[in-house]
Design a protein around this ligand. Structure first.
Ligand SMILES: [Fe+2]
Ligand SMILES: [Fe+2]
Length: 317
């Protein structure tokens, strides 16, 4: 018979963290219709994404109704891309939970609830897409399929998937706390969607960190080195999606606007939308102080330099 593991202090504080997450998840559990939508619709007389994220204010030649429309298109894509990444995040957390299936039942519950919350968020973002689609002109396109992306991402090492997930869930919080929450003039329902989302994500990021550090401790130096290459490839894949979606969104915006733009203005809109998406989905996470601390604590200086060089074209493009 196996001996019963003795629980030392670091483990008990760790168990306490999982327990706190489960308690908070139960206490703040919300339903899409009852607590969030409450029969409301999006207000198209308001911006969706704030300028700090959409950067539409940098396009000085656009009229106010045009910057508003571009912020709504970007807000639509912002929700779509969260739903996209949540497909692989929810599946990954089910896999991580499986590892706790026959030991820590609180950790298992924390990860199952995490996965369930991501499934709820995906339903919310699908509902949101249908609501926005009914109000904006036809022709908007989502460039990537969530299942295709999830299959490709989940083929990468667990270390790299957890690193990417932790990065995403940290920038979600920064976006809401610094840009969406404090902005008074945005569409109220759009703000509330990301308020409810942010509350759940603030728990997820605690679990990401626990799982990522555990995985790091399990790997050999060689496996960690390969995982860094996987993370670089995952970020490049995210950037590929951002390039295609920003091009598609720019084309859609130009088709929706009733006047024509010069070649130079079109190029400026394209560059601005891509830089906004890179800021939202890559740079604001990479520059998040806590993510920086975690990544440098789990990489060597040579690995960190490899990551930094891979990011140069994205940061300066
Ligand atoms: Fe989420
Ligand atoms: Fe999450």
């Amino acid at each position: 018979m196996n001996t019963v593991a003795v629980t030392f202090h670091p483990e008990s504080s760790r168990a306490a963290r999982y327990a706190r997450i489960v308690k908070s998840s139960k206490k703040t559990d919300w339903q899409i219709d009852r607590d969030l939508l409450q029969g409301r619709t999006f207000e198209f007389s308001r911006k969706f994404l704030p300028d700090a994220l959409s950067r539409v204010d940098r396009l000085s030649f656009l009229a106010p109704d045009e910057t508003r429309l571009l912020s709504q298109i970007q807000g639509r894509t912002y929700a779509y891309l969260f739903g996209l990444v949540e497909r692989f995040i929810s599946v990954k957390m089910l896999e991580q939970g499986r590892a706790h299936a026959f030991d820590d039942q609180i950790a298992l519950e924390a990860l199952v609830r995490f996965s369930g919350e991501e499934i709820k968020h995906q339903e919310l973002f699908r509902r949101m897409e249908a609501m926005i689609d009914s109000q904006l002109p036809a022709g908007y396109r989502q460039v990537a399929d969530p299942n295709d992306v999830a299959r490709a991402v989940l083929a990468a090492s667990t270390w790299s998937v957890l690193a990417l997930t932790c990065h995403i869930e940290l920038f979600v919080q920064a976006h809401y706390a610094e840009s969406i929450g404090p902005h008074e003039d945005l569409c109220p329902l759009f703000k509330d969607v990301f308020k409810f989302h942010w509350r759940d994500e603030s728990r997820h990021v605690v679990l990401d960190e626990l799982e990522w550090k555990d995985e790091h401790a399990r790997l050999s130096a060689h496996e960690r080195d390969q995982a860094v290459d996987d993370l670089i490839a995952l970020v490049a894949a995210v950037d590929g999606i951002l390039q295609s979606q920003s091009q598609s969104d720019t084309d859609y915006f130009i088709r929706c606007v009733s006047r024509s733009f010069s070649v130079e203005e079109t190029a400026k809109i394209e560059a601005s939308v891509l830089s906004a998406y890179r800021w939202q989905y890559i740079i604001s996470g990479v520059q998040h102080p806590h993510f920086g601390r975690l990544l440098s604590s789990m990489t060597t200086s040579a690995q960190m330099s490899r990551i930094e060089s891979a990011l140069v074209p994205i940061m300066t493009g």
